[in-house]
Design a protein. Structure first.
Ligand code: ATP
Length: 135
């Protein structure tokens, strides 16, 4: 089965939406195979978002993602990468995420869009190695 790296970002943790996100993952039929709450270091955050370095939102994004605890998880199942991105909805919670998705149901701002999910098998492998080096 395929694996994807999911982050329940600090905004969602602060709003007590960890359970809400995990319920949707499990209800879909995906399986949580690793789960940990932690505050991301700047080093891990910078590696995670390396592709966005130099973009106007990059500094704010790193500040935000390291500002408070998040929940990192490895989620497994058939087509887990695409399945979770469907659950999450588009990056902009108002313009792109459909109602019924996590971002569409709970988000208003692009930076505070509640969750992250790997966007390709290559990203998933890289991100799982970064967040869960022992897996
Ligand atoms: P993620 O990688 O977190 O799953 P994504 O793949 O939907 O999100 P990306 O384009 O990779 O979106 O952007 C990564 C993250 O950077 C977004 O989830 C969001 O938190 C933040 N971000 C992206 N674009 C903007 C923007 N224009 N303004 C503020 N924050 C942004």
């Amino acid at each position: 089965a395929e694996r994807t790296l999911v982050l329940v970002k600090p905004d969602a943790v602060g709003r007590s939406l960890i359970g809400e996100v995990l319920v949707r993952i499990e209800r879909k039929g995906l399986r949580v195979v690793a789960l940990e709450m932690r505050t991301a270091t700047t080093e891990v955050a910078a590696q995670h978002y390396a592709e966005h370095q130099g973009k106007p939102f990059y500094d704010g994004l790193l500040q935000f993602i390291t500002s408070a605890p998040l929940v990192a998880a490895v989620v497994e199942g058939p087509r887990a990468i695409t399945a979770f991105r469907q659950l999450a909805g588009g990056t902009d919670p108002v313009e792109k995420a459909a109602t019924g998705s996590i971002r569409g149901d709970f988000g208003l701002e692009t930076q505070l869009n509640l969750v992250h999910g790997s966007d390709s098998p290559e990203s998933a492998a890289r991100e799982i190695a970064l967040w869960f080096p022992s897996l």
